[in-house]
Design a protein around this ligand. Structure first.
Ligand SMILES: Cc1cc2nc3c(=O)[nH]c(=O)nc-3n(C[C@H](O)[C@H](O)[C@H](O)COP(=O)(O)OP(=O)(O)OC[C@H]3O[C@@H](n4cnc5c(N)ncnc54)[C@H](O)[C@@H]3O)c2cc1C
Length: 413
């Protein structure tokens, strides 16, 4: 280990949806930034950019607009104007309506693959950003005024020295472990099966559905030309059977859970399966390192919050780094303990609320019992009549709760 000064202010390990967004946000500064990503965005092994549909909150759309990505996304982004929440075979439901909240839409739906392509198209245009891809961070250790980051590339190994390492390598995050940050991984014992379905065009619209069933939750997201995305969560043992069913049999299973709100479901696309777990870390930072996105919190996808939460991590960190640099110029230290503490102070509350909300939904609707399900029905029905409660939930779901970033408010970071 030598005493040379750090070559970079920030090295980002993982250029998935969240790490990639941070790299784009930091391009608005003169910070020296490197992005290390294991899989090219067009690779079928890329874990972040696939056929899953991502429901973007209103706040996330603002951030993506400010990052200059919206023009590339707009044509493929489908607006959600209402979210309908219900429980199978129970009375009572709740509706969040954009018009009631005085806005045009609650958010948009976009394919993960499309979002990844737009992100990486932008990343490849950024001349100030050092991109190492395909390359994998394999180790890290404290160094003089910074941290050494060992990167394995097809041409061999190199060591980058940085003031701050941002860990954005996903929920399983081997780097989190290498940094000694403990994580509680709570396996839901469920798998999400994602597939596109064609709905009867007479029923197609802009409403997303959250439906709780005794077999597991179901989310149905709208898309262009009546092509909806189904996210069906079920016990892991059942998932293998459902994936093995013929298309018409699988469609029947979805129809049984959803009912006929969207008419008769037809034509099924390819099915993909994702094992589900709740991941919570004991800390968000350690010496000259910070965890963002799924590396800091892995969620059940039922409420469509994982990327939205991770994008708020990226936007907050970018704001702290850029404003810190502006204020202290050459003396700025991107890995300073005080900056990392301010990051934790800012993000912890939002992360805890979203984890509690998402996990709470799964556990509440996962419990059996007639009395309990009557109480849930009553709760949903009552909630539906409470404008103040709905407004609070809508703002949280839209990513507009708590302390908002400048990017989410439509300002430069
Ligand atoms: C079925 C499903 C539906 C979902 N729907 C929604 C939704 O509607 N709305 C929403 O907000 N969220 C949704 N999510 C969650 C969302 O997809 C994730 O929160 C998001 O992808 C997390 O992004 P990330 O960049 O933090 O992690 P990842 O997507 O896991 O990306 C990690 C990146 O790090 C790279 N990497 C890993 N190890 C290394 C290494 N050692 N060195 C370099 N690079 C490395 C990987 O190649 C990858 O590119 C859904 C998730 C699922 C499974």
């Amino acid at each position: 280990m030598t005493d040379r000064p750090p070559d970079y202010d920030v090295v980002i390990a993982g250029g998935g949806l969240v790490g990639g967004s941070l790299a784009v946000a930091l391009a608005a500064s003169d910070l020296r930034v490197a992005l290390v990503e294991a899989e090219p965005h067009y690779s079928t092994r890329q874990p972040s950019f696939d056929e899953r549909s991502i429901a973007l909150s209103h706040g996330s759309c603002n951030i993506l607009r400010q990052l200059g990505l919206w023009d590339a996304l707009q044509a493929d982004a489908f607006p959600i104007t209402r979210i309908h929440v219900s429980e199978q075979r129970r009375f009572g439901n709740a509706l969040l309506d954009a018009a009631e909240q005085g806005i045009a839409e609650l958010g948009f739906v976009i394919k993960g693959r499309r979002l990844g392509a737009a992100l990486w198209q932008r990343i490849e245009q950024l001349t100030s950003l050092e991109v190492c891809c395909p390359a994998r961070v394999t180790a890290t250790a404290p160094a003089a005024d910074g941290r050494d980051v060992v990167v394995a590339t097809p041409d061999g190994e190199q060591t980058l020295r940085t003031r701050l390492l941002v860990v954005a390598d996903g929920a399983r995050s081997p780097l989190r472990e290498a940094l000694g940050i403990a994580a509680a991984i709570d396996d839901y014992g469920q798998t999400a099966i994602v597939a596109n379905v064609q709905v009867d065009r007479r029923y197609a619209g802009h409403t997303a559905f959250e439906r709780f069933t005794p077999q597991g939750p179901l989310a149905v997201l709208p898309g262009a030309d009546g092509l909806y995305t189904v996210v069906l969560a079920c016990a892991r043992e059942q998932a293998a059977q459902l994936c093995a069913l013929a298309d018409n049999e699988f469609l029947q299973q979805v129809q049984n859970r959803l009912g006929f709100r969207l008419g008769r479901l037809r034509k099924l696309g390819k099915r993909s399966a994702y094992p589900l777990a709740l991941v919570q870390t004991a800390a968000l930072t350690t010496e000259r390192a910070v965890m963002i996105g799924n590396a800091a919190h892995g969620l059940h996808p039922v409420a469509g919050q994982g990327f939205n939460l991770g994008l708020r991590d990226a936007a907050s960190l970018a704001e702290l780094l850029i404003s810190g640099r502006r204020q202290t110029a050459a003396a700025f230290d991107a890995g300073a303990e005080s900056l990392l503490q301010r990051y934790t102070d800012w993000r912890l509350d939002d992360q805890r609320k979203v984890v509690a909300f998402t996990d709470g939904l799964i556990r509440l609707f996962g419990r059996r019992g007639r009395l309990l399900s009557h109480a849930r029905g009553l709760g949903l029905a009552m909630f539906d009549t409470l404008p103040a409660g709905k407004r609070l939930l809508a703002r949280q779901t839209m990513g507009l709760g708590g302390r908002m970033t400048r990017l989410a408010r439509g300002l430069d970071p």
